[in-house]
Design a protein around this ligand. Structure first.
Ligand code: ADP
Length: 592
């Protein structure tokens, strides 16, 4: 991956360099073409100007040749008056026509008169027979020439015409009239141009240019013959015509004049390079911008992809979570339903249990009442029978007139009634309402219960020992219910000792850690192991039907618990069972 990336990078860089180089090349090419085109246009504007300058004065020597002063001077070269006239005429015309110089030569090339006759470097007396224009004119043609003046050292364009002896063409040529025109003015107009401009002759020698160092140097090396010819005509007298130091770049050229001249323009290459550089720069910028855009696009796409991926992951996570929540909710609702059903069942069960318990308590009470009723009936029957017997005997004694005997019987009747009253007094407690919580003296309850069962113990030849200790033992509770519990425990103990050789039940009331404790032990066989587990269950009994309901301990236990107490049973090491009832003691202020 990394190798691939670096390969791509190298290829990309190479591509960028190639594109920039191509842009430079293309820009340069375009700029060069453009500059050449522009240069050509410039030349096309310049060339006619030059052309018109050259042509403007072509007729001047032709017209002058017909001046009688010229022929006259040629006819009389030694006549000072004729020469003076000639000089005057030439000077006047030169000044009027605004040309460089006007001068007349005889057939030998000797200058007879000139417009600059009065100047130190005047042409008068100079021989110009070596100049080609002189020879051309001598042969009857117009002579054209450009060169540096041998006397003035000033360059100029020379136009020569033959002067005929009889003043008109056809006769013998008496002399040559020449005009010299300066092109310096024209050259000056180029100075403002940035591009090198040059005017070169047919040999390739630059003689006019806005580059001073180009002047009088050839564009290419000159042949020996050419150099010899130039030397002979002294065209560029005093100049060493070496080739240009540096070869100029591309150029445009236009032919000008009648001497095979070339007007040349060399477009500035630095501008071309500048344009090329601009192209390259623009391309580089464009590429950089494209690369940056691509990079940004790539980054954006990557970010989008990442975002999409993370969104997908999130969605997946959310879906998983949702399904898990749904699952859990389902489970919970199922559990809830289950629990509700269970709770409902429990409620029903509890309700049933409560009602059953109440019913049981009620039934227990009724059973107790039944048992008590039997006991009471038994207890009441005896005094009642005694009262009847004493009453019958008392009436008999009264009929016999034995009132003392009768009175003693009435005392017995009173005692029996008192006993009955006591028994009935016990019954009052059962008539009271449930949960009649009050301060109860446990010692009193013990005695009352024992009293109720006294005759039964006697009948069954069992011994009941009671030890209530000294003083009252106050607990908070219902006296009737406490007695119900005590009677039940004592009766169970009595049942337990039934078959024992030694029938003995022992009740001890004591005070332990702020609690009142009643312990009822018997000399029976104790509680068998299988019975112990079910001792306090309702309807559990080992007794024959009709004798026990199996409710006694269950009811007793609930009664004791309702009074914040405890009821427990265990076997004594020395034999027999012991039942222990604990109830919180109450002081004068309240419960301890
Ligand atoms: P019931 O007396 O009607 O049987 P209880 O609930 O009072 O009902 O007693 C349940 C059973 O507990 C008795 O049937 C008996 O087997 C056992 N039991 C109660 N007290 C004693 C005791 N002192 N010694 C041995 N067993 C006892």
């Amino acid at each position: 991956m990394r190798a691939r990336n670096s390969f791509l990078l190298v290829v990309g860089l190479f591509g960028v360099v190639a594109a920039v180089a191509a842009a430079f090349w293309f820009g340069t090419l375009r700029a060069r073409e453009e500059s050449l085109l522009q240069g050509h246009r410039q030349l096309q504007l310049m060339a006619p100007d030059l052309q018109s300058v050259l042509q403007r004065f072509e007729t001047l020597p032709f017209v002058l040749a017909r001046q009688p002063d010229l022929a006259n001077a040629l006819a009389h070269p030694n006549d000072p008056a004729a020469i003076a006239r000639l000089n005057g005429t030439l000077q006047t015309i030169q000044q009027q026509a605004k040309v460089g110089a006007l001068y007349l030569m005889d057939r030998n090339g000797l200058t007879l008169g000139a417009s600059n006759w009065d100047q130190p470097l005047g042409f008068v007396g100079k021989n110009f027979s070596y100049r080609p224009y002189f020879h051309a004119a001598l042969r009857g043609h117009a002579g054209l020439f450009y060169g540096i003046g041998t006397s003035t050292s000033e360059a100029g364009y020379f136009i020569a015409q033959p002067v005929y002896a009889n003043g008109s063409a056809g006769g013998p040529v008496a002399g040559v009239i020449a005009v010299k025109i300066s092109l310096a003015e024209f050259e000056r107009t180029w100075s403002s141009s940035d591009d090198p401009i040059a005017l070169a002759d047919r040999h390739g020698v630059v003689f006019l240019s806005n580059r001073e160092d180009w002047k009088y140097h050839s564009l290419h090396p000159l042949r020996e013959a050419t150099l010899a010819e130039l030397n002979h005509t002294q065209q560029y007298t005093g100049k060493n015509l070496t080739p240009l130091q540096q070869t100029p770049g591309p150029f445009v050229t236009l032919p000008v004049g009648r001497l095979g001249w070339q007007l040349m323009l060399f477009p500035n290459q630095s501008r071309v390079t500048r344009v090329g550089t601009l192209w390259a720069l623009a391309t580089a910028l464009l590429l950089a911008f494209a690369a940056a855009s691509l990079w940004a696009l790539h980054q954006r796409r990557r970010r989008m992809e990442e975002r999409l991926a993370s969104r997908e992951a999130l969605q997946q996570a959310a879906q998983e979570l949702e399904s898990r929540i749904a699952q859990r909710t389902q489970q919970l609702s199922e559990t809830n339903q289950h629990l509700e059903t269970k709770y409902h069942t429990l409620q029903q069960t509890e309700h049933m249990l409560r009602s059953t318990q109440n019913e049981l308590v009620q039934a227990g009470k009724l059973a107790m009442l039944g048992q008590m009723a039997a006991g009471i009936t038994h207890e009441l029957n005896q005094p009642l029978a005694a009262i009847r017997a004493f009453a019958d005997n008392a009436r008999t004694y009264l009929e016999r007139g034995q009132p003392e005997q009768a009175a003693s019987n009435l005392v017995h009747i009173g005692a029996a009634s008192a006993r009955m009253g006591a028994i009935i007094g016990q019954l009052k407690g059962f008539a009271r309402k449930d949960q009649n919580v009050a301060a109860v003296d446990l010692a009193h309850s013990v005695r009352a219960s024992a009293f109720l069962l006294e005759s039964e113990f006697q009948r069954r030849e069992a011994l009941l020992d009671i030890d209530t200790g000294a003083g009252a033992m106050i607990v908070a509770g219902d006296a009737v219910r406490i007695e119900q519990v005590l009677i039940n425990l004592l009766r169970n103990a009595l049942d337990a000792v039934e078959t024992s050789p030694l029938r003995r039940v022992h009740l001890i009331l004591s005070r332990e850690d702020g609690q009142a404790v009643v312990r009822i032990s018997d000399s029976g066989e104790g509680i068998p192991e299988q019975v112990a587990a079910h001792l306090f269950e309702p309807f559990f009994t080992t007794k024959p039907s009709g004798k026990g309901l199996g409710l006694g301990l269950a009811i007793s236990s609930s009664i004791v618990q309702a009074m914040n107490g405890q009821l427990r049973a265990y076997n004594r090491p020395e034999g027999g069972a012991e039942f222990e009832m604990r109830l919180p003691l109450q002081t004068e202020g309240g419960t301890i």
